[in-house]
Design a binder for this molecule. Structure first.
Ligand SMILES: [Zn+2]
Length: 465
């Protein structure tokens, strides 16, 4: 029994708690559309990022529902927000991850100002409308709903909204994992990395379970400098061109990975014979060469698929000489190589060296890290697949090995199982807005995305739905 004095003290304590900043009486949540509009209107273009403005807004918004969030700055203004709703501890934590920064947008190229969040018909336009303030908004709403409905969680759900993803993530996810691992440690990580899209009527939902490694190299051809009027065989520029030509002529072979095989097997079910057969057996000798011939140039035209099937080598930067009549002593090219799981940057560099077969060309690293992958035979993958199917009966769910990198790699390096998909479905033409102009999201999809994310979290972290 509580004494009268106890009751009075309790009442007083409640009053203080309600009056103290950050712990207001429960507010009504914004609609997801309004929340996304608000997030878009906070300009977090990276560089410089300035994610603190968005993080402070989210912190206040969460406080309105009695959720305390902490902000960790990796540098002034580079904010990373972390909040947690605790479960009983029976299951391991799930982390909802998102990045607050966006890539630059040139207003002159846009139909509507990129940071004004304009609605036209069924679309919301703005930088970050998809990448990735859309999923950030869904994650925040899910998090608040868990709290409001006092969901009986068996495992913690953590929310981490980070800085700097668009510039490599070192000030964001990399920083959190390095410096505050205890705050974000989780068995499962849900993040961006892919998106559902309508492909000629097929509702394709690729779940990113791995991403290719990076091997950026600088090739330097060495020669003898001299006057342009007196040619010599020892010309660095000519050597570099010869080297690049050798690389360009080489087609990287198809390499089988478990992910690509599963991707093709699942996708093949959507097609009839013989296409389905060749898809399934693309890697299988002796069918493989016939299958490649069957698909003709389409394997290369499908850029994402092509990137999933082989290592890639792409020359991007060239520098040689700065005066027409001077032969330079050096000529430099930078190449962007992306590697499948199983291929190490070191071993791949040796392959490039063998291919060039020229002692006058040195190869230096610009950046290198191996591919990162998570097993896709997990209850987490099943939970995502189940939620997608439940909310879209036509969903075709496949594992994806993505050509580009996301923050998932930092968590995979720590042993977490990290997957990426923004759980909305867009049209192929909407993909152009990602890092491009007129980025937009179909508004009705936000609602569906919210249901999907809710179902994922509940099926993974509670006993029953
Ligand atoms: Zn992104």
């Amino acid at each position: 029994m509580v004494s009268r004095l106890g009751l009075k003290l309790l009442a007083l304590f409640c009053l203080i708690a309600l009056a103290s900043p950050g712990l207001r009486a429960e507010e009504v949540p914004l609609s997801t559309l309004d929340l996304l509009k608000k997030l878009i209107s906070i300009d977090t273009t990276n560089p410089p990022g300035n994610e603190i403005a968005a993080a402070e807004f989210v912190k206040n918004y969460l406080a309105g529902f009695g959720i305390a969030a902490e902000i960790f700055e990796s540098a002034p203004g580079r904010a990373n927000l972390v909040a947690r709703i605790s479960g009983s501890g029976k299951r391991e934590p799930l982390l909802l991850l998102g990045h607050l920064d966006v890539v630059p947008a040139d207003p002159k190229e846009w139909k509507y100002p990129p940071f004004e969040a304009t609605v036209e018909g069924d679309y919301l336009y703005g930088r970050g409308a998809i990448d990735m303030k859309s999923l950030v908004a869904l994650e925040i709403q899910t998090f608040i709903r868990l709290k409001r409905e006092a969901a009986k969680l068996e495992g913690d759900v953590i929310l981490a909204l980070v800085a700097d993803e668009e510039a490599g993530g070192k000030m964001g996810a990399g920083f959190l994992v390095d410096q505050h691992w205890d705050q974000v440690k989780a068995k499962y990580v849900f993040n961006e990395g892919s998106i559902g899209f309508n492909r000629k009527g097929m509702h394709l939902y690729p779940i990113q379970v791995a991403e290719k490694g990076v091997a950026w190299m600088r090739l330097t051809a060495h020669g003898t400098s001299g006057h342009g009027s007196m040619p010599s065989r020892d010309n660095a520029t000519v050597k570099l061109i010869r080297a690049l030509n050798r690389l360009a002529k080489q087609r990287q072979p198809l390499e089988k990975t478990a992910i690509a095989q599963e991707f093709l097997t699942r996708l093949s079910e959507q097609f009839s014979f013989p296409r389905s057969f060749f898809m399934r057996h693309l890697f299988d000798w002796p069918i493989s060469p016939i299958a490649v011939r069957f698909f003709g140039g389409t394997l290369e035209k499908e850029k994402i698929l092509n990137a999933m099937l082989r290592n890639t080598v792409v020359p991007t930067v060239l520098k040689a000489g700065n005066k027409t009549n001077v032969i330079p002593a050096e000529a430099v090219a930078e190449i962007d190589c992306r590697l499948l799981p199983g291929e190490t940057p070191e071993a791949f560099r040796e392959k490039i060296r063998d291919r060039l077969d020229d002692p006058d060309i040195s190869i230096d690293w610009i950046q290198e890290n191996p591919a990162s992958e998570s097993d896709f035979h997990t209850p987490f993958f099943d939970a995502i697949e189940g939620a997608l199917r439940k909310n879209d009966p036509q969903a075709v769910v496949v594992p994806l090995l993505s050509p580009g990198a996301t923050d998932n790699r930092f968590f995979r390096a720590k042993g977490a199982i990290a997957y990426g998909i923004i759980p909305v479905m867009i049209q192929p033409e909407d993909l152009e807005g990602l890092h491009g102009k007129n980025e937009r999201v179909p508004i009705p999809e936000l609602q569906r995305g919210e249901k999907i994310l809710w179902d994922i979290v509940l099926s993974l972290q509670t006993e029953s739905k």
